[in-house]
Design a protein around this ligand. Structure first.
Ligand code: NDP
Ligand code: EPU
Length: 290
């Protein structure tokens, strides 16, 4: 049984635990054309109702345990993709290096952060990346250089790669800074009161609409939806882009809430919100609610 950060159970079968090795040639998915889910903390996932991996679709879940950290030289860290992003942010900051101080308090893994190009407080994961090591669907290990790729807001080149199986490690190049600890503490304080860390939530449900100067949270609040509920799934009364499982919510309620919020914002402001969270389900890897 597994749950995401909404604390909604969505897989009813047992997960097969597979350690990622340098090559994935021997893993069951290699000989099939199927989906592969890198199973980390599911910080950004919502599953479709009743979806059973391996029964409703052919798939393979990999539990990412690549969690090493090596200091290549002062300020350069090579880190396994299963390493906790939050932990990395705190460690680098404590050692006096800037670039990932925004990561403290953010759930998820280094692989997830690179894949989503996670950011906060004006910083982005991409800006600290030097290289990323990936494994392709045919089992090749490749090193990609940051300078060869364009990243954008919550966008990474990994999202468009047809032959990507997984990011296995990322090397970060940071800068010395005397004030980094102070900044990190300030970000953490802000996060603690504004980001509902005590609630059952995945964080931002929607991306901010690009180039509009307005956040998804503001739009949802202006549409009068703070506190709006479907069953136990609720739009937070504190931050409207955070949806909360207030009790025993299931995926059906959460998905209905997401759909209703999108429709209301579209009707009120003509803006189509786009999810930041990812869906896992039988129809396609990243289904969308329109
Ligand atoms: N800014 C904030 O305050 C918050 C940020 N977040 C961020 O959301 C992200 C979700 O993290 P996490 O729980 O680790 O990830 P998830 O398990 O939620 O996966 C999110 C996406 O990242 C992909 N992914 C994860 N690991 C890898 C990997 N090793 N190689 C390739 N793709 C990968 C997944 O791909 P696939 O579907 O193929 O498995 C999926 O598309 C994190 O980066 C987290 O920091 C979350 C909450 C709040
Ligand atoms: C939490 C996430 O990342 C967060 C990240 O932590 C913060 C801090 O930098 O900035 C983004 O939120 P955000 O744009 O909502 O930032 P906030 O500072 O909370 O709000 C922006 C503006 O919207 C307003 N706002 C926010 C919520 C709300 O209900 N009503 C409202 O009016 C705020 O007053 C502020 O003027 C990221 N979200 C996205 C989708 O880009 C996440 O990705 O899961």
């Amino acid at each position: 049984m597994s749950i995401n950060l909404f604390h909604i159970c969505f897989m009813q079968n047992m997960l097969q635990r597979i350690q990622i090795q340098n090559s994935l040639r021997n893993s069951p998915f290699y000989s099939y054309s199927c989906f592969v889910w890198i199973f980390t903390r599911l910080s950004n996932w919502v599953g479709w109702v009743g979806f059973r991996l391996g029964q409703d679709t052919l798939g393979c879940v990999i539990l990412n345990r690549i969690d090493f950290l090596k200091r290549i030289e002062p300020s350069v860290y090579r880190v396994g993709s299963g390493y906790q992003f939050n932990r990395l942010g705190v460690q680098c900051t404590n050692e006096g290096f800037s670039g990932l101080e925004f990561a403290s308090g953010i759930p998820g893994t280094v692989g997830g952060a690179a894949y989503m190009n996670v950011g906060a407080n004006g910083q982005e994961t991409a800006n600290a990346i030097d290289t990323a090591e990936i494994v392709t669907v045919d089992g090749r290990h490749q090193i990609l250089y940051r300078s060869d790729f364009a990243f954008g807001y919550r966008m990474s080149p990994f999202q468009a790669m047809q032959d990507l199986t997984a990011i296995v490690a990322v090397t970060f190049r940071l800068l010395p800074s005397a004030s980094v600890k102070e900044r990190q503490q300030a970000y953490l304080r802000k996060r603690l009161w504004s980001h509902l860390v005590w609630e059952r939530t995945t964080g931002s449900v929607f991306r901010n609409p690009p180039g509009m100067g307005v956040s998804a949270g503001e739009l949802i609040e202006k549409a009068g939806l703070k506190g709006f509920r479907v069953g136990s799934a609720e739009v937070s009364k504190v931050h409207a882009n955070f949806f909360i499982n207030t009790g025993s919510s299931n995926s059906r309620e959460m998905l209905e809430l997401i759909g209703l919020v999108k429709a209301k914002v579209k009707k009120e402001f003509g803006i189509q919100l786009q999810e930041e969270i990812q869906y896992v389900g039988p129809f396609c890897k990243y289904s969308r609610i329109n």
